[in-house]
Write a protein that binds this ligand. Structure first.
Ligand SMILES: [Zn+2]
Length: 321
């Protein structure tokens, strides 16, 4: 496979998971998923260990996924009692990652979301004009906070990268209202790289495919994206269309399967029953359109069960032939 495939890990399991994956398939890309509780005392020490690990194993492509709530709180300056504490956590994260990147002398990616989660009830009670207006305001705010975040990393080897959003948040069933289509992010990211999450994009595409069906659930922000003309944004015509449109910006790929549009349908092992993704066609497109594609298997619950990762890699290799 031309696409370089690695794994997602956490600060507890990375040595074990890397060893198992690397022994069988080779592994030169790794993404650390951070929890809020990681961002406190002891974070520096943990990263020191990570530094030694990256160097010892010569891992060339490294990213850290930042905790969603902290980033959303700071980037949208929510009126939360935690805002000051969250700012501190974000600065600890960025300063530590900058130092790590400098120490190992290579780029470190910091993955973050700006999809902004809103309670379903709140969104459902809005008219489409109201939601379109709110999205406009939030997109403006997202641009300002994106620029601020990038400025905090400038001059270092740390590359913050935005990730595209799924229709709903997997944890709590809240709606996302931004960043489902590449068109939402295009202006904000300019020439910067971003993280394409395959199952997030697939779920948004599937929503429009299903929208003719009776009794379908409604995702207001995806309906609003069609605007008055009723046209689906180009990036959401198909996964191949998404990749082709965003190819110059795609610098990191989250790979997982999906079999529907709800939170529980995302992040599945490759080859999941009822899959909505044609991986053969997608991989071909990625390898044709993107210069040096790098992806990590981001499978839900894999931190509790390594076999979800191993089986996914086997499936991908089989699909690719
Ligand atoms: Zn992802």
């Amino acid at each position: 496979m031309k696409i370089l495939i690695g794994i997602t890990v956490d600060l507890n399991n990375y040595e074990d998971y890397f060893k198992r994956f690397n022994n069988k398939y080779g592994c030169s890309a790794i993404e650390f998923h951070l929890l809020e509780k990681d961002l406190g005392k002891g974070f520096h020490e943990k990263l020191k260990k990570v530094k030694g690990f990256i160097k010892a194993n010569g891992i060339r492509h490294v990213s850290f996924h930042s905790p969603d709530r902290v980033l959303q709180s700071v980037l949208f300056e929510e009126k939360s009692a935690y805002l000051e504490a969250d700012k501190e956590k974000l600065m600890l994260l960025m300063d530590s990652l900058k130092k790590l990147a400098d120490d190992i002398g290579q780029e470190i990616i910091m993955v973050f979301h700006q999809g902004i989660k809103l309670p379903s009830k709140e969104v459902d009670s809005m008219t489409s004009e109201e939601l379109a207006g709110l999205r406009k305001l939030l997109l403006k705010k997202a641009k300002q906070s994106y620029d601020w975040l990038m400025s905090k990393a400038s001059g270092s080897k740390l590359s913050p990268m935005l990730e595209n959003s799924p229709p709903m948040s997997a944890g709590d069933g809240n709606y996302h209202v931004l960043d489902m289509a590449f068109e939402d992010m295009e202006e904000r990211i300019g020439n910067n790289g971003f993280v394409l999450d395959i199952s997030h994009a697939a779920m948004c595409i599937e929503y429009y495919k299903q929208s003719q069906k009776q009794g379908k659930i409604s995702i207001p922000a995806l309906d609003v994206l069609k605007g008055k003309s009723g046209k689906i944004p180009e990036s959401l015509h198909s996964l191949e269309s998404y990749v082709t449109k965003a190819k110059h910006n795609i610098k990191w790929i989250h790979i997982s399967d999906a079999n529907g549009i709800m939170g529980e349908n995302e992040g599945l092992p490759i080859g999941a029953k009822g899959s909505i993704i044609d991986f053969k066609s997608l991989l071909r497109c990625i390898e044709k359109e993107i210069k040096s594609p790098i992806g990590v298997l981001e499978i839900a619950n894999a931190h509790k069960d390594y076999s979800l990762i191993g089986n996914s890699m086997d499936s991908l290799l089989k699909i690719n032939g």
